[in-house]
Ligand binder design. Structure first.
Ligand code: NAI
Ligand code: MG
Length: 496
């Protein structure tokens, strides 16, 4: 098998798709010679096959990363690390249309939405480029004759495991803070969406990073992912994905070398609309909150609570609004919602819809497959739901909203918090007191007020409760990739 293939995409973009594993600065074949097929979720057809990393390849990549960390990378100044990241950000922008089109092909999101992802990925890399030479320790006075200081040292070889819902954006969220703080990485993309991460690997080489600093592997969770989480020479693992896989990774870590762990997991986020909200604006945000990225967002606003005074009007208007969400080909300009990422995800979501019906929830609109080919699902709204239902407790990760009624501020807070997750939430109201009372009371890592899904590289993002450990983005993410060293100097001579 060749290490790249020339592809022409439906929008006319032509490019060379790398197919190898990116280890030590070059594309190589897996040592066991395995490959796997990459599927276009819009057509269900095979796009190409990529090389598959097995445990042995993970090991080779870790050795390359270790050598870089202890060798050349160690001597690179913080300012130069920043320059590398900024150069990579520039290259992302120069290749924005290609990266976005690859994302549309492999993941199924529309090219226009994917352009937003690539832009945000570039912004994230540049943001962390800015941090690279601004991470400092402290001098801490304790007593006369002692000199103490702390250093923020890199952790070392970081294993990073990312999901398929935002392939290129998660790539950047993981690489940015790790590299800024002087670490090296072995990153495994999701088996459903390996393509954009490989195009980005090519840009890593172009940006001039020393070999071994950034290694990108395509492969499966149970093999390559498990090899990363249990590897004895990986110092830290960062994961984004399902809560159940997060638990598996923690177990592997506990049974291996107790590497540091950060997790960004699932959610079942409440989106709360009060009677006094601007109803049309609120509907726009609620719609975007759940149907953006086809519902495949860890922070999706999947539990919608509407105050009783506007509930009936809201449901009617919301149903009208979602008819405007164009479902279809990701390469068409007007498309808002493409296919779900895979047959498996399609089946999981349809199962949840059937379960919701059986539990007595009412389908207000949608609930069926869209079209005959591709993993498309109609935008769906359930009403008549309560918190005991599976569809109100588990992450569906599809275009399925549940909507319920509440009476008071206290009710809204209690319902919002009735979940084991705590990733995101939102409140829509014109009353400042209501907004801040709810924002202060929700147990979630992010609370949006009169907006939804608006993320920024400078704003920390992560979960309370079972939604995760650690924070991504912002200054907060630097803590995931540094460890404090205390140096204490005695200037008083001997103790006795
Ligand atoms: P997953 O959590 O199993 O997969 C995410 C990543 O973890 C992939 O790269 C996968 O290869 C890797 N992985 C899987 N098993 C592993 C293991 N034992 N050790 C190490 N790495 C492993 O999620 P999956 O199966 O793709 O989707 C299932 C559900 O997870 C979705 O329906 C959704 O509810 C949730 N999910 C949440 C995401 C989030 O952003 N919070 C992203 C993707 C999925
Ligand atoms: Mg795919």
């Amino acid at each position: 098998m060749s290490l790249s293939i020339n592809l022409e995409l439906p929008n006319g973009v032509k490019y060379d798709q790398p197919l190898g594993l990116f280890i030590n600065g070059e594309f190589v074949r897996g040592v066991e010679g395995k490959t796997f097929e990459v599927i276009n979720p819009s057509t269900e057809k095979v796009i190409c096959s990529v090389n598959e990393a097995t445990e042995k390849d993970v090991d080779i990549a870790v050795r390359a990363a270790r050598a870089a960390f202890e060798g050349e990378w160690h001597k690179v100044t913080p300012a130069q690390r920043g320059k590398f990241l900024c150069k990579l950000a520039d290259l992302f922008e120069e290749n924005l249309l290609t990266l976005a089109s690859v994302e549309a092909l492999d993941n199924g999101k529309s090219v226009s939405m994917a352009k937003g992802d690539v832009g945000a990925a570039a912004a994230c890399l540049r943001y962390y480029g800015g941090w690279a030479d601004k991470v400092h320790g402290k001098v801490i006075d304790t007593e006369h004759g002692k000199f103490n200081y702390t250093k923020q040292e890199p952790i070392g070889v970081c294993g990073q495991i990312i999901p398929w819902n935002f392939p290129i954006l998660m790539w950047a969220w993981k690489i940015g803070p790790a590299i800024a703080t002087g670490n090296v990485v072995v990153l495994k993309t999701a088996e459903q969406t390996p393509l954009s991460g490989l195009v980005a690997a090519e840009l890593v080489a172009k940006a001039g990073f020393p070999p071994g600093v950034i290694n990108i592997l395509s492969g499966f969770g149970k093999t390559a992912g498990a090899a990363i989480s249990s590897h004895m020479d990986i110092d830290k693992v960062a994961f984004t994905g399902s809560t159940i896989t997060g638990r598996t990774i923690m177990k592997a870590v506990a049974n291996s070398n107790l590497k540091k762990v950060t997790l960004e997991l699932g959610g079942k986020s409440p989106n709360i609309v009060f009677d006094d909200a601007d109803i049309d604006e609120a509907i726009s945000w609620v719609n975007f909150g759940i149907f953006y990225n086809h519902g495949q967002c860890c922070c999706a606003g999947s539990r919608i609570y509407v105050q009783e005074g506007i509930y009936d009007t809201f449901v009617e208007k919301f149903k009208k609004r979602i008819k405007e969400n164009v479902v279809g080909d990701p390469f068409e300009n007007e498309t808002f919602q493409g296919p779900q990422v895979s047959q498996l995800q399609f089946d999981r979501i349809m199962e949840y819809i059937e379960h919701g019906k059986k539990e007595g929830a009412k389908i207000e609109i949608g609930g069926k497959r869209h079209g005959d080919v591709g993993y498309f699902i109609e935008p769906t709204i359930f009403s008549n739901v309560d918190e005991s239902m599976k569809i109100m407790q588990e992450e569906i990760f599809g275009p399925v909203a549940s909507i319920a009624k509440f009476k008071t501020v206290a009710d809204a807070i209690a319902l919002g918090n009735k979940t084991t997750f705590g990733l995101a939430s939102a409140v829509h109201t014109k009353n400042l007191e209501t907004a801040l009372t709810v924002a202060n009371s929700l147990k979630a890592g992010t609370v949006w007020v009169n907006t939804y899904n608006t993320l920024h590289a400078a704003l920390p993002f992560g979960g309370f409760k079972e939604s995760g450990i650690g924070r991504e983005l912002g200054k907060a993410a630097l803590a995931n990739y540094t460890q404090v060293k205390t140096v204490s100097v005695n200037m008083n001579g001997a103790l006795y």
